[in-house]
Design a protein around this ligand. Sequence first.
Ligand SMILES: NC(=O)c1ccc[n+]([C@@H]2O[C@H](COP(=O)([O-])OP(=O)(O)OC[C@H]3O[C@@H](n4cnc5c(N)ncnc54)[C@H](OP(=O)(O)O)[C@@H]3O)[C@@H](O)[C@H]2O)c1
Length: 289
Amino acid sequence: MFAITGITGQVGGQLARELLAAKRPVRAVVRDATKAAAWAAQGCEVALASFDDAAALTAAFTGVEAVFVLLPPTFDPTPGFAESRRNIAALVTALQAARVPRVVCLSTIGAQATQENLLTQLGLMEQALGALPMPIAFLRAAWFVENVAWDIEAARASGVMPAFLQPADKPVPMVATADVARAAASLLEEHRDGHRIVELEGPSRVTPDELAAALGRSLGRDVSVRVVPRESWEALFRSQGMRHPLPRMRMLDGFNEGWIEFEGGAATSMKGGTPVQAVVDALVGRRSA
Ligand SMILES: NC(=O)c1ccc[n+]([C@@H]2O[C@H](COP(=O)([O-])OP(=O)(O)OC[C@H]3O[C@@H](n4cnc5c(N)ncnc54)[C@H](OP(=O)(O)O)[C@@H]3O)[C@@H](O)[C@H]2O)c1
């Protein structure tokens, strides 16, 4: 039995479908009972647990062969990352109490960065889980290609893709969530001792210009990049409702300045096979050619 957290999200959902297709038993860990029915209908066991509830997580993780964990995204964290620290503490307690034999933990490119930014939350998770005795694979994924979903409507309406990743011709490590799920599925099956870091990106790095072109092909119209000036970010993010925009801004700085990177760069990262165009086509609702 494999317990899958975040199963109603992008990576967890595709991971669970991979396991079910391989006839592997899955326990869906969900916080919302109404979202559990679809997974129960596909043959999953269901466990109800929120990430800050150590007792419920312990029950959800008990009696399994391996667990897939992630940290729920907190895009607007309070200073000191209190929300994520609470979730990490509950996760650590539950993994220990349930004596989980193996763990695959979804992490991120740049989890090891020393400059504080949004991804520091995943660095904190790696450090806390890193002290646990059971074998753990930390799957550090590149920027998800699916993040471009936020730009589809603007591109469709105006032919413009606003870019915070800049300059627009600078290649960025990106990966399709399908590739992340596939890597997680194989790591869940892998018997190993100790801890392991796996860094994963797509078949090639992608510039914002190339992403806009892919959007253009999917939408059947010209799409070009509009670089959003760094000095406008804070006011823009605050106008969108963020209260603590600095960590997000520093994350973008990290990609743009190159200090958010894999430990071994592109030379040692694992490469997924899904092309950017296939992801964009699926997001836009067209089939890939
Ligand atoms: N976006 C990127 O470029 C990128 C790159 C590398 C790594 N990552 C990491 O990937 C992770 C996100 O993965 P994803 O995109 O697959 O997730 P997602 O689609 O954003 O979904 C989040 C999942 O977490 C669940 N969740 C949220 N808060 C919860 C709580 N308090 N208790 C229990 N479940 C909760 C959600 O359940 P509900 O359906 O109930 O909300 C959902 O299943 C994050 O840790 C992020 O840092 C992201």
